[in-house]
Design a protein. Structure first.
Ligand code: 4AD
Ligand code: MG
Length: 432
């Protein structure tokens, strides 16, 4: 007998086939009728058990099914009598695989802490399933775009000897008789070596930050896509980010309409974001915030409330560029027009989703970079390999890093980052 995935049922109307999965829910129609909401990962279908059709014995088996029991159903897909494009499944026979005891996640509202402690089960819910499918789309859309644009995948290491994004958020791990290693905060520095061989490269993997902050946007382990290109300058870097993000928006809208509906995402808002992004300098943003009455100085960074104000009147993401060098990383290239500024950019998503990308042109001058490393209080010996890149065929180059979960939050409209990664790691949670 043919085994079919639920998403393909429409091609098998009237044929006897088998589907395999889990009971999401069930309800009684009458003494002779039962409805089983059945899912298999690929989709969800209403399966119908009608005693006169399937016989007494099989109908009794259906009555045994509980929420999250696993089972094989044998029967025929049928077109819904009133709803076009909707398919049901007429059960004829079934093989019960496992009858689940009372499921801990019920229909009543559960607190976030309880749901997180049940994350291994919570993943099965309709909303979590939808969020994870959109995460899948976003991940592959990014790779597709870059592959097509001539970027090579270049995997950076996770165990590293030094910091890329400051020493305050480093996770330290014992490393044999060599002392300590650190979990990578971003693969960027290694990608800068990669471009000198391959021209344009990207990595995509987990990165780690011992973030002490407990916010809706911070994880201690999250996924980052770092891209880097030789000869790419600051404004081209932003052009690339914009094209890539707009490709992601369109791909999600195209491939995930069903999931966006489950999540009640306002798709019009996403469509409106697919237009030229705004660009403002850090200084212009400070001026704008001052005008709105915010007490902020020209060398200050932005927190979540400021980020929300920056995009409050904007349907599209906003680039904030040209930052004071004091508040950005050591590797950013100084602005030739103003040495107090660096050619960095943050991309702020609309609707309060905050920073989704950090990028910059990189310092390519050996002496200036050395001074920046010393000024940070780092030991230049640790960065000798990185400095070498400025010695042997240095070229102008730029890159950026997308926080996958931040981008998925925005696409899905999910307010808390813990729901867009299978198993979130936060300052107060590492289980399950
Ligand atoms: O802005 P960040 O720190 O930039 C870098 O790490 C650069 N080295 C990237 C590069 O140029 N290749 O981090 C990049 C993005 C942020 O914009 C944000 O979206 C996300 O990573 N991010 C986090 N996401 C979840 N939890 C955290 N704790 C995050 N910290 C940063
Ligand atoms: Mg940043």
């Amino acid at each position: 007998m043919k085994i079919v995935e639920i998403k393909n049922l429409k091609h098998f109307v009237g044929e006897e086939i088998k589907i395999r999965g889990w009971v999401r829910n069930y309800r009684k129609g009458s003494s002779k009728l039962r409805f089983v909401i059945f899912r298999d990962g690929s989709g969800v279908v209403q399966a119908i058990a009608f005693k006169p059709e399937m016989g007494e014995e099989n109908f009794e088996k259906v009555k045994k099914l509980t929420i999250e029991s696993s089972v094989e159903l044998i029967g025929q897909p049928s077109e819904h009598p009133h709803k076009k494009g909707v398919y049901d499944f007429q059960i004829k026979d079934l093989n019960i695989i496992n009858i689940a005891p009372e499921y801990p996640i019920g229909k009543k509202e559960h607190g976030a802490d309880f749901l997180l402690s049940q994350r291994h089960l919570w993943l099965r819910s309709a909303t979590q399933n939808a969020a994870l499918k959109i995460r899948h789309t976003v991940y592959f859309a990014i790779c597709e775009y870059l592959n097509k644009d001539g970027f090579y995948r270049f995997d950076s290491p996770i165990l590293t000897p030094n910091a890329s994004e400051g020493t305050t958020t480093l996770f330290e791990v014992p490393y044999f008789d060599m002392g300590s290693a650190f979990l990578s905060q971003s693969g960027q520095l290694y990608l800068e070596a990669g471009i000198m061989s391959l021209g344009k490269v990207y990595d995509f993997g987990p990165v780690f930050r011992a973030e002490k902050s407990k916010t809706r946007k911070h994880l201690t382990e999250f996924w980052m896509m770092d891209a880097e290109a030789a000869f790419m300058e600051h404004s081209e870097n932003m052009d690339l980010q914009e094209k890539l993000i707009r490709y992601v928006i369109n791909t999600v809208i195209e491939r995930n309409s069903a999931e966006l509906e489950v999540l009640e995402r306002d798709v019009e808002k996403l469509k409106k974001a697919d237009a030229p992004f705004k660009r403002m300098t850090h200084r212009e943003v400070i001026d704008m915030l001052k005008e709105k009455g915010v007490d902020i100085g020209y060398n200050d960074d932005f927190g979540a409330p400021e980020e929300e104000m920056i995009t409050a009147d904007s349907d599209v993401p906003v680039f904030i560029e040209k930052w004071p060098k004091e508040i950005k990383s050591f590797y950013m290239k100084r602005d030739a027009k103003n040495p107090d500024l660096v050619l960095g950019s943050d991309l702020i998503a609309p609707e309060g989703f905050g920073e989704i990308i950090g990028g910059s042109q990189r310092e390519d001058d050996y002496e200036i970079l050395l001074k920046r490393i010393e000024a940070e209080g780092y030991d230049p010996k640790d960065y000798q390999w990185f400095l070498d890149l400025r010695k042997y065929g240095s070229v102008p180059h730029s890159g950026f890093g997308i926080g996958l979960e931040r981008l998925v939050q925005w696409m899905t409209g999910i307010r808390h980052i813990r729901e867009v990664i299978p198993f979130p790691r936060m300052i107060n949670r590492i289980n399950p």
